[in-house]
Design a protein around this ligand. Structure first.
Ligand SMILES: [Zn+2]
Length: 330
């Protein structure tokens, strides 16, 4: 599209807005490639309002912040052109589908355009904080009926963003990307609901995902896996993993040996009825039937050769207690 920029020139905006133009071009390129092509021939970024506000073909944003802050805000608001405008979801009933998805897309765009930036760290942090405070409620709470502003913010922006992070973890990068594009193809210019969305991802991945949508969105159930202290048994290591949370997920265990080599063990969970594809080497373990509160694994590796054992080493899971995820063998 042709991009227009409207702002009042002063000492602050003179330094940032000229640079914002190129960043906005890159944002549109990234979002169009990742989430489906922007169909209109123009879009305007306008200084105004009291924060950021989204419209189909323009945004009003505060104009005098740092370039980083301005860019992040612009990316979130521009992402709304996809998530709630082209894919016209109901903001009052399902804020997580537009605020959460826009937050996810904006952060992904930011990481793509500013290498070195790790997306979604704030989302995980504020989710863990609210969960620990006991004030987290199910994201499907109607927007006007959240018990507090923090619960609304976390239940929409954060929970919707982490919902997509968890789905990417479940499906793998490739299926996830295809699923998001399929969602766009099938539902752009229409009014999708949450079941329509998850069905698109099921179609592209061949995985059952409705159970996850129901638990993550309709309940306040949480993920928490923990490693028990391993037992050395000659040339083997016996390990028990505990499911302490009431939201089950597939589990990934990274074994780092003292010689520096690493092994990824993947433990599928029965509800998905499929395993996520992989490109890097991976050892697939037997399925964990989630109703079992623990899972035993015997590694054919002597414990004295192991440096550490770690669940979810890439910190993709919204596991509410990461302190019980890693054991170092000192
Ligand atoms: Zn927003």
């Amino acid at each position: 599209p042709v991009l227009h920029f409207f702002y009042q020139k002063n000492e602050k905006t003179e330094k940032t807005w000229p640079l914002l133009k190129d960043i906005t071009v890159k944002t549109f390129q990234y979002l169009s490639n990742t989430f489906g092509p922007y169909p209109y021939d123009r879009y305007s970024v306008i200084q105004g309002g009291d924060g950021g506000m989204e419209y189909s073909m323009c945004t009003l944003i505060l104009g005098e912040g740092t370039l980083g802050g301005l860019s992040g805000l612009m990316m979130h608001e521009v992402s709304h052109a996809w998530f709630e405008m082209l894919l016209a979801t109901n903001e009052i009933l399902r804020a997580w589908m537009d605020e959460g998805f826009a937050e996810f897309a904006g952060q992904e765009a930011y990481a793509n355009i500013f290498p070195g930036f790790t997306p979604h760290l704030n989302a995980y942090e504020s989710y863990f904080k609210l969960v620990n405070s006991g004030n987290y409620v199910a994201p499907n709470t109607p927007s006007d009926f959240f018990p507090s502003n923090a619960a609304y913010r976390t239940g929409s922006y954060v929970a919707g963003c982490l919902f997509l992070c968890q789905l990417r973890y479940l499906m793998g990068e490739d299926f996830f990307k295809k699923g998001m594009l399929h969602y766009f193809d099938k539902w752009r210019m229409k009014h999708p609901g949450d079941d329509d969305f998850i069905r698109c991802l099921e179609k592209t991945s061949g995985m059952q995902l409705l159970w996850f949508k129901n638990l993550w969105i309709n309940t306040a159930q949480k993920i928490d896996y923990a490693l028990e202290p391993p037992v050395a048994e000659g040339d083997k290591t016996r390990l028990v993993i505990k499911r302490k949370g009431d939201l089950p997920m597939p589990v990934e265990l990274t074994v780092t040996k003292k010689d520096g080599s690493r092994e990824l063990h993947y433990i599928p969970m029965n509800e998905t009825f499929a395993v996520k594809p992989h490109t890097a080497p991976r050892i697939d373990e037997p399925v964990w039937f989630w109703v079992n509160p623990s899972y035993e694994l015997v590694l054919p590796i002597a414990y004295h050769t192991i440096a550490s054992l770690e669940l979810d080493a890439k910190h993709e899971l919204a596991d509410i207690n990461r302190r019980n995820d890693k054991i170092e063998n000192k």
